[in-house]
Write a protein that binds this ligand. Structure first.
Ligand code: CA
Ligand code: CA
Length: 323
């Protein structure tokens, strides 16, 4: 099943026909899986990042709003400890507007769930989805682990099934590990970028968590991205080089040279690989809502195309995902 989005042909990670000079079929087999499932607004996906441009024409209809909160009445209607959290929460500025002022979270969101078959721009792994915007990284893309923890907990408490986490730092943080486990204990699929230091992902947090599905980046030739972290902790790899996705209106990240048209741009990183996998987890849950988080981990591993040395290896884990 092929969507009518005009930039679909530029999304090598979804359907690689050699459009960037890469190897045909070094992709996640999106058209093949779309024959079976194109996503559901019943699967809530938290994007824990710099926020989301929730007005983006290729995202707005796929954004979550809190059905039990009344906007701007100054009351915590749903009693979750957050006043007027209709569109998510900004843990960086501690307010109720998680609008993206950097660009990273909007780009991640488009890979998960840019509106499909709307004759506009790009398409996400999910044509239809429900994205919860949780901002804890600031306008420079930086944030504290304490605020990341709060965002992880909010996602779990508000019923998200998947969280996409394209962030981390060197070191180990017990409280952050506990927050990843908190999501896992509530049945969530927590997908985390391995990091971009060409180093062992076990030395980064939260990528090192046992409860994370940890993602390395591959390129359009099915090779390891040069920057991608690696090691025993990698579950799978996913496309993460020169990925076209949605561009926020307020966007210090997407400079002119990588901007496509007005509302799209190209970025590289395990940050871009991670939402391919978070998106696949959401597709699996759309198809079968009873799957557990560990069943999803095993399905994603078993469905991956084995790359590098035979079997699990340090660069690709079980391989590059195949939807
Ligand atoms: Ca509330
Ligand atoms: Ca679109």
């Amino acid at each position: 099943l092929l969507p009518n989005d005009p930039n679909f042909s530029n999304l090598w990670g979804l359907n690689n026909v050699g459009q960037t000079g890469g190897t045909p079929d070094a992709d996640i087999d999106a058209p093949e899986v779309w024959d079976l499932q194109t996503g559901s607004n019943g699967v809530l996906i938290a994007v824990i990042d710099t926020g989301v441009d929730y007005n983006h024409p290729d995202l707005s209809a796929n954004m979550w709003t809190n059905p039990n909160e009344i906007l701007n009445n100054g009351i915590d209607d749903d009693g979750n400890g957050f006043i007027d959290d209709v569109k998510g929460w900004d843990f960086s500025n501690n307010d109720n507007d998680p609008f993206d002022d950097h660009g990273h979270g909007t780009h991640v969101s488009g890979t998960i769930g840019a509106i499909g078959n709307n004759s506009v721009g790009v398409v996400g792994v999910n044509w239809t989805s429900r994205i919860m915007a949780l901002k804890f990284l600031d306008s420079a893309g930086s944030g504290s682990s304490d605020n990341g923890i709060k965002a992880l907990q909010y996602a779990a408490d508000m019923g998200a099934k998947v969280s996409s986490n394209s962030w981390g730092s060197p070191g180990q943080y017990k409280a952050l590990e506990d927050a990843i486990k908190y999501e896992h204990d509530r049945g969530m699929v927590t997908v985390i970028a391995a990091g971009n230091e060409n180093a062992d992902a076990l030395d980064f947090s939260p990528a090192s968590s046992d409860y994370a599905i940890t993602i390395a980046a591959s390129d359009s030739n099915d090779l390891k991205a040069s920057f991608s972290n690696w090691g025993e902790k990698i579950d799978v790899a996913a496309p993460g080089v020169d990925i076209l996705s949605t561009r926020a209106s307020n966007n210090p990240l997407c400079i002119a040279s990588i901007t496509v048209g007005t509302n799209y741009c190209r970025l590289s990183g395990t940050s871009m690989a991670t939402p391919h996998v978070a998106g696949l987890a959401a597709l699996l849950l759309a198809k079968n809502p009873t799957l557990t988080n560990e069943e999803i981990r095993q399905i994603i591993r078993k469905g991956a195309a084995d790359l590098g040395s035979a079997g699990k290896d340090k660069d690709f884990g079980y391989g590059r995902i195949g939807a």
